[in-house]
Design a binder for this molecule. Structure first.
Ligand code: ADP
Ligand code: ZN
Ligand code: ZN
Length: 737
């Protein structure tokens, strides 16, 4: 028997399968984790296929599979996981290594302990080291380095000359008991059961239940305004799924996976709930994953990567806020959780539910052409009104002499909120103090020395620094223009720090909580700040998009958007869609309870349809207008765009490789109908972390028609590129950069 093995390695150029002979003593199955000799070391690999005949039987003798690995840490791939690996490779052109790492349980990515094994007599090694090896089979690298002072390069030489062999061991950990039991409050259960669904909720639930009973995969879009009771529908459907002996997957954007959200599910399903998100420590993640694996949880709530949770009896997969861009992974493999969930639902005859107040154009278009079913929840529960929205034209404010960050209407509304002892949320999608520094004499803008990005001004106490939001670079604020030496440097653009600063000036004594990347770096900070705001320890919650979703605070009666244009003019065909979604989301934060809500949107582009239609909360009109525009431009959902980015510290090398990849793509796709292959061009961020970047876009109607050509071109170039060059691919690219 021959095993085709994928080696877990980072190096992209060895992205292929290797043949190994299987000793008779080993009974291997496809998906099995194995240890195999690889070059001068032992490596961990996975059996992808078993076959009778090697690819090139005569050329050389095959090495043997050393042993089968089987522990919690080197879990083998189940049949479904193996299927997912194939899916990630085909759909996203991912490497074997990245695909396997993505579907494996969290802990397999944990510690590897490097050990060395003696080959031969030990001659050529320091005598005391050789002596140690006569007493032990393997010796840890740490011991060799710390006790005997061997350096990395000495060890490397010993391996290269065949004195020692490398053996990587994954440290074993014992399983821990799952966390404390959660009490299911009886009254919560009764209350939940007693809640009478609205007519719209009933209709939605009925359709989902009918689909469930059919045991045939159906995809349902639930378009429901914020507060229309979508989550309540999910919960009822999940109850039914559990009663049927099946399992439920509930995906939520990372940011909205708050304690509020998980508590609500824990109250209803008790300890049958497992929660997975990236703020969990490795150990906690491991424990949750093990509970799922052992069938102790039937409801998994999690962020994007939970879409790989082992649920063999999957009955329903729900994506809440399905339009969220965080459902797309931005590193390899660039998967879209919606597509992975659909793949899994399809295999299990499960129902796929996509819920949102602002469904993505893709999903809504699919519903329109009949590939998805569509349900509407058009009214808020108890007919609570949506927030009344007022648009403030900041050009007019400016002309009439108001130069403050806060327009007169926003100031008046904030004053009222503070006087009545209510709370407000202020939203600005930019962090830092000022967003750039420009010279008024020569016009130059201060940029990062490593990236094609302007530097952001940050303040800490009395000192200001310039920071790059893409790399680690930071420098002191210059007093003279680096280009011309003039002293006329001026700060432009407003970030959350500046808003906080001005807020305190204009409303003395106001209590502000600022939430952005800078204030939530610490573990638990995110939750802590929200809890403080929930306890009314602050009057204003000020933040970036991390406060736009899912929050539900009783006393919030005002939402203010400081600048609605920040995301409007980005070089991204989805800019209008994202702006619209964000504004509608933010509006949903106000008036969810007894106090009616108001929203004030400050903008320099009040006439832009994304702004004006968001203010009217008119999704239908926005959808029609945006769809027509996309159609005329040949953009998604009428096409799909795949983007390659080629990078190298040397501009010429990067460009040459872009040309080579382009030639390869042309060879494979040049004659395929309905494909537009764009010439290489500098990426939007032409230099990032010291690397020059070029992009190639491929626009097509059917992925099937281009899959082979894309994969062949990309993999052919990957196996030939120089050490310093990288090519990344983003299939179905979302934000084109
Ligand atoms: P969404 O997920 O659409 O934002 P939720 O399901 O969170 O809406 O519902 C909003 C609020 O209304 C929640 O506090 C929820 O408990 C409550 N709610 C949901 N459905 C009903 C109902 N049929 N009757 C009364 N209250 C409801
Ligand atoms: Zn200058
Ligand atoms: Zn930088």
């Amino acid at each position: 028997m021959i095993a085709e093995v994928a080696i877990l390695a980072k190096a992209k150029h060895i992205d292929r399968l290797f043949d190994y002979a299987v000793p008779d003593s080993l009974a291997l199955v496809e998906g099995q984790a194995v240890e195999v000799p690889f070059h001068t070391r032992k490596a961990i690999g996975y059996v992808i296929r078993l076959k009778e005949v090697a690819a090139e039987p005569e050329r050389f003798e095959l090495k043997l599979v050393e042993r089968a690995l089987d522990s919690v840490e080197t879990a083998s791939l189940s049949e479904e996981m193996l299927g997912l690996v194939m899916f990630l490779r085909e759909r996203y052109l991912a490497s074997w290594g990245a695909s396997i790492q993505t579907v494996l349980p969290p802990v397999t990515r944990a510690k590897v302990r490097r050990e060395y094994e003696l080959i031969g007599s030990g001659e050529g090694l320091p005598p005391e080291v050789a002596l140690l090896f006569t007493r032990r089979k393997t010796v840890a690298k740490k011991v060799l380095q710390e006790r005997f002072g061997l350096t990395d390069s000495q060890l490397h030489k010993a391996v290269a000359s065949g004195l020692l062999a490398v053996r990587d061991r994954v440290t074993t950990r014992r399983r821990r008991q799952p966390g404390a039991k959660v009490e299911v409050a009886d009254d919560a259960r009764v209350q939940a059961a007693g809640l009478e669904l609205t007519g719209e909720q009933q209709a939605a639930l009925a359709l989902v239940l009918a689909a469930l009973r059919e045991r045939r995969t159906r995809s349902i879009v639930i378009h429901g305004v914020t507060g229309s009771g979508k989550t309540e529908v999910y919960i009822r459907a999940i109850h039914e799924v559990i009663a049927m002996g099946r399992q439920a997957l509930m995906l939520v954007p990372e940011i909205s996976l708050t304690a509020q959200m998980t508590d609500r599910f824990r109250r209803r399903f008790g300890e049958r709930v497992a929660v997975l998100h990236s703020r969990l420590g490795e150990r906690e993640k491991f424990v949750e994953w093990q509970r799922i694996l052992h069938g102790e949880a039937d409801v998994v709530i999690g962020a994007r990567s939970a879409v790989f949770a082992p649920l063999p009896r999957l009955g329903i997969a729900i994506l809440d806020e399905e339009h969220e861009s965080s459902y797309k992974q931005d590193k390899e493999p660039p998967y879209l959780a919606r597509e992975v969930a659909a793949w899994r639902a399809d295999r299990r005859g499960a129902v796929l539910v996509l819920g949102s107040a602002t469904p993505s154009l893709e999903s809504m278009y699919r519903a329109q052409v009949g590939r998805y079913e569509l349900l509407r929840l058009s009214r808020r529960v108890a007919d609570r009104p949506l927030a009344g929205v007022q648009i403030v034209n900041m050009r007019d404010e400016f002309r009439s002499g108001c130069h403050s960050l806060f327009s007169r209407p926003l100031k008046a509304a904030l004053t009222g909120v503070l006087a009545r002892g209510e709370q407000a949320i202020l939203f600005l999608n930019r962090r830092g103090y000022s967003t750039f520094l420009q010279c008024r004499d020569c016009g130059s803008v201060v940029k990062c020395p490593h990236c094609d990005i302007t530097l952001t001004v940050h303040k800490k106490a009395a000192t200001s620094t310039l920071r790059c939001h893409f790399c680690d670079h930071s420098e002191a604020l210059p007093s003279l223009c680096p280009s011309c030496g003039s002293a006329a440097l001026r700060q432009f653009g407003t970030g959350t720090q500046r808003v906080e600063h001005d807020l305190l000036l204009e409303f003395p004594g106001v209590r502000v909580i600022r939430m952005d990347v800078d204030t939530t770096r610490q573990k638990g900070a995110h939750e802590r700040l929200l809890e403080e705001f929930g306890r009314h320890e602050a009057d204003v919650l000020l933040g970036t998009q991390m406060i736009a979703k899912g929050l539900d605070f009783e006393k919030v009666s005002l939402v203010g958007v400081i600048a609605a244009d920040t995301s409007l003019f980005l070089p991204d065909f989805r800019a209008a869609e994202r702006t619209f979604q964000l504004l509608v989301q933010v509006a949903g934060r106000a008036g969810r309870h007894q106090i009616p809500g108001a929203m004030i949107v400050q903008t320099f582009s009040p006439e832009h349809y994304a702004v004006s239609l968001a203010a009217r909360q008119d999704y239908g009109a926005f959808y029609e207008q945006e769809l027509a525009l996309r159609k005329s431009m040949g953009y998604p959902p009428f096409t799909e765009i795949t983007q390659f980015v080629i990078a190298n510290p040397d501009d010429t090398e990067a460009r040459d490789e872009a040309l080579a990849l382009h030639a390869e793509l042309k060879r494979h796709l040049g004659t395929v109908a309905g494909v537009r292959l764009m010439a290489p061009s500098p990426a939007t961020i032409g230099r990032l972390r010291g690397r020059y970047r070029y992009q190639i876009l491929v626009v097509y109607r059917s992925f099937k028609a281009v899959q082979e050509g894309l994969a062949a071109s990309y993999r052919a170039r990957l196996s030939q590129i120089k050490a310093d060059t990288s090519i990344t691919v983003d299939v179905n690219a979302h934000g084109l950069d």
